[in-house]
Ligand binder design. Structure first.
Ligand code: NDP
Length: 234
């Protein structure tokens, strides 16, 4: 098995762990970055997912290098937290544009090759916050909840072509994104997580790799939590 895999935001954090997990099992793996370059051993394409032309060009580059994308992981994402009454329209739309519309742009472009090949595995990286909510995260939670409806609609549209679309909803994972949280907020979160700890990036990557595997061929439209029990299955 050596499939063509693309992980957006695969240059660091959870995305990098996902990219490495696929590379370790022998797949050809490309990652997007916004200027940092690709980590060693991975094929990097420069792409900001808020720019449709860059998405198109990046996918063309990946296709030329390793063939049409067979496994797509839409992982790129940002936060811009603040309370509802302080949140500007730009803060809301920018987060939705990166996290939700960005996933749409990449999935739409990649699905063309999947349809032609009658094979595809699409995994969208959401968050426990999408269904659980998060104070100060109206923009982020809305974007992450939107991915669930998106995946389920894709599952219905493309299911008969051997294309699956699933969502992975991590809880709190140790990365740059959560390093930004204050110690008090981290303590507060840990008090609510039955596992009593944050996840490692590899624990998320393993679930993504499973959903993209042959063993998971009959799983589609699912939301799989990797959250230490925080969302109790949601
Ligand atoms: P990081 O902040 O460590 O990394 C974010 C990644 O997304 C980087 O690769 C970044 O690229 C990329 N990215 C951000 N905006 C864009 C954009 N407009 N176009 C292209 N790439 C972009 O985040 P994590 O690894 O922690 O998070 C990865 C995903 O997992 C996100 O979708 C996040 O919402 C989700 N998640 C994370 C959790 C956590 O606890 N950490 C929990 C639940 C979900 P660059 O290096 O160029 O900035």
């Amino acid at each position: 098995m050596s499939r063509s895999v693309l992980v957006t935001g695969g240059n660091r954090g959870i995305g990098l762990a996902i990219a490495k997990a696929f590379a370790a099992q022998g797949d050809k793996v490309a990652v997007t970055h916004r200027g940092s370059g690709a980590p060693e051993g991975l094929f990097g394409v420069k792409c900001d997912v808020t720019n449709g032309e860059e998405v198109d060009a990046a996918l063309a580059e990946v296709e030329a290098h390793q063939g049409p994308v067979e496994v797509l992981v839409a992982n790129a994402g940002i936060t811009d937290d603040t309370l509802l009454l302080r949140m500007s329209d730009d803060q809301f739309t920018n987060v939705v544009d990166a996290n939700l519309t960005g996933a749409f742009r990449v999935v739409k472009r990649a699905s063309k090759g999947m349809l032609r090949n009658r094979y595809g595995r699409i995994v969208l990286i959401s968050s426990v916050v999408g269904l659980y909510g998060g104070a100060g995260q109206v923009n982020y939670a809305a974007s992450k909840a939107g991915l669930v409806g998106m995946a389920r609609s894709i599952a219905r549209e493309l299911g008969s072509r051997n294309i699956t679309a699933n969502v992975v909803a991590p809880g709190f994972v140790t990365t740059d994104m959560t390093d930004k949280l204050t110690d008090d907020r981290k303590k507060q979160i840990l008090g609510q997580v039955p596992a009593g700890r944050f996840a490692s990036v590899d624990e998320v990557a393993a679930v993504v790799a499973f959903l993209a595997s042959d063993a998971a061929g009959y799983i589609t439209g699912a939301v799989v939590p990797v959250d230490g029990g925080l969302g109790m299955g949601h």
